[in-house]
Design a protein around this ligand. Structure first.
Ligand SMILES: [Zn+2]
Length: 367
């Protein structure tokens, strides 16, 4: 319809598509009556959103692709709403009934259930519950400001010299992963053996994802709970992903996910997230005297200042610069008080807290 109507968005409106589907259901898809009506409705809503993004991309000249067609067996998921409740270790879903939950928890959720999304990952079914919970006015956290530099060798280096190591979830498994995908490519399409290998591969990917997610959650929760201000760099992830040698490690660390988690957790716990412009030379500048190097290659792990002779870990130097730029006056690494008079000029620190649409008062929390 999009093609036939030259992209007129009247035809991609979810409500209109829903009407059309309802009329088609009777004649062409009678089996659809077996499942909850929410599932196709929500799918159409998602499609509507995908089309909206696509049109926005066309207008703003951004590359946002045409919504992709879905097929059975790939990213299987559906969203439901209506009468959803928990009873002991069971969840009641509309049309499906009671389902036992594998995960043991005293309390599965707080607040009011909005909807659930059921997803199949590595042939296991997962349910995430979106709930609405009013978060009381969070008191600003009393604590210091901290600069965080994300890296490849060390996951995060904090300006207070704390470091978080990278679990390298992917790297330790990459050999196995390669072997498996090679083996998969040799299996005959449609064979049982292929299905088996496919599942093993999917399980491994899921495991890697879980390890990565766990590390990031621990890091971001720690940061948001213990510091009043967190200063990070606005990394151009998509640009870095184009560098083929870097792409895998960056995807492994999950830079984008790190920022996304920090954004909402700062809202929950009452800390402030400051994102420093990517034009700010956080790694090239000396955290002691402000001298700027013209070039600094990625292989140089130590920062050596030609002007004041400071030798410091590269990531720590960057973290110190980040925290310094967010404060009007600060002690530098040499212990002297310096004033970054040019700070407003060299960075335009964007405070995420002031954008109301990012952190609403009540928000959905996934259980
Ligand atoms: Zn220096």
């Amino acid at each position: 319809m999009y093609k036939n109507n030259q992209g007129n968005d009247r035809f991609t409106d979810p409500m209109k598509q829903h009407k059309l589907l309802t009329s088609l259901k009777k004649t062409q898809f009678p089996w659809m009556y077996e499942c909850s009506k929410c599932a196709p409705q929500e799918a159409l809503r998602n499609l509507g959103r995908a089309f909206k993004n696509f049109y926005r991309g066309l207008k703003e000249g951004k590359k946002i692709g045409f919504p992709r067609f879905k097929s059975k067996g790939v990213n299987d998921s559906f969203r439901l709403y209506g009468t959803i409740s928990f009873e002991g270790r069971q969840i009641q879903l509309p049309r499906i009934g009671k389902i036992r939950i594998k995960e043991k928890r005293k309390q599965y959720y707080k607040g009011r259930i909005l909807s659930v999304t059921v997803r199949r990952r590595a042939n296991r079914w997962f349910v995430s519950v979106a709930v609405e919970e009013t978060i009381k006015d969070t008191k600003p956290i009393v604590g210091s400001a901290v600069g965080v530099d994300l890296g490849i060798k060390t996951l995060a280096t904090l300006s207070d010299r704390t470091t978080f190591s990278n679990p390298r979830a992917l790297r330790s498994r990459i050999k196995k992963l390669r072997k498996l995908s090679m083996s998969l490519s040799r299996k005959q399409k449609g064979s049982k053996n292929r299905e088996k290998v496919k599942l093993r591969l999917a399980r491994m990917h899921l495991r890697i994802f879980n390890v990565r997610q766990d590390t990031l959650h621990k890091l971001t929760t720690y940061l948001a709970k213990s510091h009043s201000k967190i200063v990070i760099e606005d990394l151009l992830v998509s640009g870095m992903m184009k560098n083929r040698r870097l792409a895998r490690v960056i995807a492994d660390v999950g830079f984008y996910e790190f920022r996304r988690q920090l954004e909402y957790k700062c809202g929950w716990y009452g800390s402030e997230l400051v994102v420093v412009s990517r034009t700010f030379p956080s790694s090239k500048m000396c955290s002691c005297c402000g001298h700027r190097k013209k070039e600094l290659s990625l292989s140089e792990r130590e920062y050596e200042c030609e002007q004041c002779g400071l030798v410091i870990d590269r990531d720590l130097n960057a973290a110190l610069n980040l925290v310094a730029v967010s404060l009007p006056e600060t002690l530098n690494a040499c212990g002297e008080e310096v004033r970054h008079s040019k700070s407003s000029e060299i960075c335009n620190a964007a405070s995420m807290k002031q954008e109301p649409n990012i952190i609403p008062d009540s928000m959905s929390r996934n259980v």
